[in-house]
Design a protein around this ligand. Structure first.
Ligand code: SF4
Ligand code: SF4
Length: 391
């Protein structure tokens, strides 16, 4: 495992961090046995940074329970996040923070983030509620070691946010397909002058691996079939010295093992000009193929009408990257289109609840309309209407 220095605290952080948003699940609940094995193997492999959040269902409890049970708390750094989307006033800071300490079974948080700041206005609201004094108090009493923010917004807003407070670190979405999206490379470089930058969505929720468009997958295969799409995604980030920790949600042991092997060799400047040329070609294909920029994070869920929002968007994108038939197969599975109660776009009542939560700022209602017209054209709707008569 390679480690990079956190210039603010002096901590040596593993270049591979464990993203705890997508712990493996069985029948909707976190599979504790499998998760425990993954966390133990990650720590044995040198991973020392674990990133969770108040709003990741069951994640803080699972992480805290497993670290405590295995005596691993002091071997790792825990990063978790204040759910600013839920905070209604200054009293909520302590309410959520104390709950997080309890869930994580710990007396302090190593890396504490304001979750999903989108612009300076979202920071100003917290500022007016006294967040700076609150953080200072928590740091003084040792309950928070490093204070930072995670970001989903425009590059202009990110560049301003970097300067509004003396942050200890920040976390941005960054991958080879999103080089100029949100904070982008410009934001990464500017922030890295002042603080360590942690990277989330390095593989864009699987879109740079399992959901890679066919043409893009062929480019990688032709260049070197031994280098997997996951390796391409992670190496692109590790090549840049400004990225300190790259967070990956690893739900399978083989995935974890591969990432640890790759992290052993992670080094700034590891790519050459030929590699960079390939990334440009793949990026062009990705930009053409992915029509809706959904990262599959599930922040918009559950929808009160049970629309499977990320499932609809994934199938829609697949219908461009791998072809309509394959997209339709995926759509049929993820929306249960032939069942009595399908969870497709037609159920949407435009309440708007989902849009407020989407870190990618996707106009979900409008996008669901697009999905419906592509995935359920008139002949499909007629066929379904006839089919349902026999259900
Ligand atoms: S706007 Fe539609 S998709 Fe979004 S939460 Fe409301 S019903 Fe669900
Ligand atoms: S629509 Fe937005 S919130 Fe929902 S899964 Fe996609 S990126 Fe996440």
């Amino acid at each position: 495992m390679q480690y990079r220095k956190d210039i603010k605290s002096g901590n040596d952080l593993s270049v591979l961090g464990f993203g705890c948003m997508r712990f493996p699940r069985t029948l909707g609940s976190i599979d504790m046995k499998k998760t425990e094995q993954l966390i133990q193997s990650a720590v044995e492999g040198g991973v020392n940074y674990f990133d969770t959040a108040y709003i990741y269902p069951g994640s803080e409890e699972a992480l805290g329970t497993i670290l405590d049970k295995n005596g691993l708390r002091e071997k790792v750094y825990i990063a978790t996040k204040m759910p600013i989307i839920l905070t209604k006033g200054p009293d909520d800071f302590d309410k959520y923070f104390n709950k997080q300490l309890e869930r994580l079974r710990t007396g302090y948080i190593d890396y504490y983030l304001m979750h999903m700041l989108t612009d300076t206005a979202s920071w100003e609201r917290l500022h007016a509620w006294g967040i700076e004094d609150w953080i200072a108090g928590k740091k003084k009493s040792g309950l928070i070691r490093q204070a930072g923010f995670s970001f989903h917004g425009s590059q202009g807003e990110f560049l301003k946010l970097v300067d509004v407070y003396d942050w200890d670190f920040c976390q941005i979405q960054y991958n080879y397909s999103d080089e100029n999206y949100q904070a982008g490379v410009k934001g990464l470089k500017k922030a890295a002058e002042k603080m360590p930058v942690m990277i989330m969505e390095p593989l864009l929720g699987g879109k740079l691996t399992v959901d890679l468009p066919r043409q893009a997958a062929e480019i990688w295969k032709k260049a070197d079939a031994e280098v997997t799409p996951a390796a391409r995604g992670l190496n692109w980030i590790w090549d840049q010295k400004e990225a300190v920790v790259v967070l990956s949600g690893m739900g399978e042991k083989n995935q974890l093992e591969e990432n640890i092997r790759l992290a052993d060799k992670a080094a700034p400047g590891m790519l050459n000009e030929e590699d960079r040329e390939l990334y440009c070609r793949v990026r062009e294909i990705m930009n053409r193929s992915f029509k809706i920029h959904c990262a599959g994070c599930n922040y918009c869920m559950p929808c009160p009408q049970k629309v499977n929002i990320p499932g609809c968007f994934a199938a829609y994108n697949t219908s461009f990257s791998l072809g309509w038939i394959q997209g339709m197969q995926q759509y049929a599975t993820s929306t249960g289109i032939t069942s009595v109660e399908p969870s497709g776009p037609s159920r949407c009542v435009k309440c708007g609840k989902c849009e407020a939560h989407c870190p990618q700022h996707i106009p979900i209602i409008q996008s669901l309309k697009m999905v419906r017209s592509r995935m359920e054209p008139l002949p499909v709707r007629c066929g379904l209407a006839i089919f349902r008569r026999f259900l």
